[in-house]
Design a protein around this ligand. Structure first.
Ligand SMILES: [Zn+2]
Length: 414
């Protein structure tokens, strides 16, 4: 098959079996003050002005949980049908459909034969010791294997049930080194990661094209005060650098959380990752969400209109890491729910010299953060409309959705 794909490099499809809700409750340990200081109530995160009014927030939560309630392959089909316009009806945003009935996908003047989903699996496994105070101790805390196998089966089922379906898949295996042994991590990578980059790997499990890490769940990317912990992260970075396997790291100051907001800040920060890149300069890494920090003065929803990201902030650090290292990327997932962010990014890019501008534009990946993004948009389709309506030109958009993700994934087919 001709692999002329449109990539959504960052999305999540999971069921209620997969997240560990103790993680979410854990984020309340620091009390409400911690939560508020963490910026979750900042006007641009979840409680948007629209959401505050009346019932909209309730509908958003119902819409989001609905996508968690059904089996994974059903959600793939729901997204597929959404891009075909199957759910469009009066009272909802939209109109434009990108998947014409004759097949394929058309976006901003380019045609693609498939939409490839970069499924980012999160490793919700916990350390057994954290369950000491809990009466019903669980025996199976290594959730990532179940989640990975559910995903593999769902992909198989989707292809079988819908041979002409719109989607292809590039899953990323979640790993939280802090809660596993070195041996477990090595086995996980060996079992699932498609290091040979075969289109049809002989083992049906080895279809994972990348690794997902999620520092807010307790992963310190550079735990220099512990030899044992350092050995675990080094194993991961060495493997990924050697095989040029891309890593996606969550990089905004919100999301699921297993640690306090102060630690979240430290673990998630691209300033911490700079230490990793110093020793592993050829690591292929995507700082997700463009490092967006909610609640700061530069927040696009703050009083300053068209606020630009400020010096010293995560956004700024990601840009400087891109200039320093050849394989540092960022993605537009979730942050791209805000048209204001696209406007501010375009303004920022205009202020760069032509070389820097081209370099940065070559490192931006389109991602949706579906189904988490349903907290802020009505549908998967609406998220595509926001990119379509942005001021980026067609060539730039094609870079975000095809050229750059192919470089990031090291897929040397054209
Ligand atoms: Zn995400």
């Amino acid at each position: 098959m001709e692999r002329n794909f449109f990539f959504d490099i960052h999305c999540h499809v999971m069921t209620l079996d997969h997240p560990n809700f103790i993680n979410l409750l854990g984020s309340l340990e620091g009390g409400w003050l911690d939560l508020v200081n963490g910026g979750i109530l900042s006007p641009s995160y979840i409680l948007t002005d629209d959401n505050r009014k009346g019932m909209k927030m309730v509908y958003s939560v119902m819409n989001t949980l609905g996508a968690f309630e059904q089996p994974i392959d059903k959600t793939f089909w729901m997204m597929d049908q959404d891009l075909h316009g199957a759910f469009l009806r009066e009272g909802f945003i939209g109109g434009k459909v990108y998947a014409p009935s004759k097949g394929g996908f058309e976006f901003r003047g380019s045609s693609y034969n498939k939409v490839a989903l970069g499924l980012q699996l999160m490793d919700f496994s916990r350390d057994q010791s954290e369950y000491d105070n809990i009466y019903y101790k669980r025996t199976q805390l290594e959730r990532i294997n179940d989640y990975a196998m559910d995903t593999v089966r769902a992909i198989g089922k989707y292809h079988k049930d819908h041979p002409d379906g719109l989607f292809e898949f590039v899953p990323f295996i979640g790993v939280n080194p802090a809660v596993h042994s070195k041996r477990f991590i090595a086995n996980l990578l060996e079992r699932y990661v498609n290091t040979d980059r075969l289109e049809n790997p002989s083992d049906e499990k080895r279809i994972f094209g990348g690794v997902k890490v999620y520092p807010p769940l307790g992963m310190n990317p550079w735990p220099e005060d512990s030899r044992e912990e350092m050995e675990k992260v080094r194993l991961l970075y060495e493997f990924c650098q050697a095989y040029q396997i891309p890593i996606t790291t969550h990089c905004d100051n919100q999301g699921f959380r297993g640690v306090s907001s102060k630690m979240l800040g430290q673990y998630t920060s691209p300033f911490t990752w700079a230490k990793v890149l110093k020793e592993y300069p050829d690591l292929v890494i995507d700082f997700a969400h463009f490092g967006y920090q909610y609640g700061l003065a530069s927040d696009v929803k703050s009083r300053i209109p068209n606020g630009l990201p400020m010096k010293g902030e995560w956004f700024d650090k990601i840009i400087s890491l891109m200039k320093e290292y050849p394989s540092v990327y960022t993605d537009l997932s979730y942050t791209g729910c805000m048209p204001e962010f696209y406007r501010s990014l375009i303004l920022f890019l205009k202020q760069q010299n032509p070389d820097d501008r081209a370099l940065i534009l070559g490192r931006i990946l389109f991602g949706s953060d579906f189904s988490v993004n349903l907290m802020k948009v009505q549908s998967y389709l609406e998220y595509y409309h926001i990119l379509d309506d942005s001021g980026f030109d067609d060539g730039e958009v094609q870079g975000f959705v095809q050229k750059n993700p192919m470089k990031f994934l090291r897929m040397d087919w054209t």
